[in-house]
Design a protein around this ligand. Sequence first.
Ligand SMILES: [Fe+2]
Ligand SMILES: [Fe+2]
Length: 210
Amino acid sequence: MQHEPQTARVPFATPASWAQAQVEHVDELLLEQAHLEKMAAAGAVAFLFRAPLDATLHGRLSRLAREELVHFERALKLLEARGVAFQTQPSSGYAERLKKAIRRDLEGRRADELLIAAVIERRSHERMSLLAEALVEVAPEVSAFYRDLCPAEERHEELYLELAALVVGEHAARARYAELTQHEAEVLASLPFSARLHGGLPEVATEARG
Ligand SMILES: [Fe+2]
Ligand SMILES: [Fe+2]
C-alpha cells in the first residue's frame, strides 16, 4: 500500500497544547502506556492467529508483537525508576467507543478490527510525537522513550492496513479506513481531557479551535 504523508490522512490533528497540558501527568501517562503496550501485544498475537498462512506476514506480525512487549517493558522500567507502582487504571473509554463501529458480518468484522488497530496506532504515534516534544526539558528520559516508539507505531499502522486490504481488498479497506478515521475523531471529541493518550482536548485548546 502506498504510504502517504501522515498529515494528509488525519482529519483531526491534535494541537501541541494537548501535550503541554499533559506535562504534569507523566506518571499516569506512563502507567497507561504500560497497559496500552501490553494490550497491543495481545492484539497482535490474536491477529497472528487470523492472518493468512504466509511466512513473511507472520514474521512481520510476530515482530510487531515483540516490539509491543519491548515497549511494555520499557514503560515498566520507567515506572520503576519514577517510583510509580504498576497497578490497574480505569479505562479511558476510547477503545470501547471505537469498537462500537465494528460491523457484524464476518468479513466486515475482521477488516474493521484491523482498521481500528491501525487507527489506534496512528493516533498513538501522533500523540507520542507531541509528548516527546513537550517533555524534552521536564522529563528527558520519558521524552526519549516516546520518541523511540514512534517509528515502530508508524510501521504497525501500515501493517494493519495491509492486512485489512487482504481481507476486503485495497479499495474497500481505504474507504472504510476513512470512515473509521472520522468515527475516531468523533470519539475523541466525545471524551473529556484526561491524563490519557487518547482523550479530548484541554479547555483552552477547545476554545482556541472554536
Ligand atoms: Fe507500542
Ligand atoms: Fe504499536
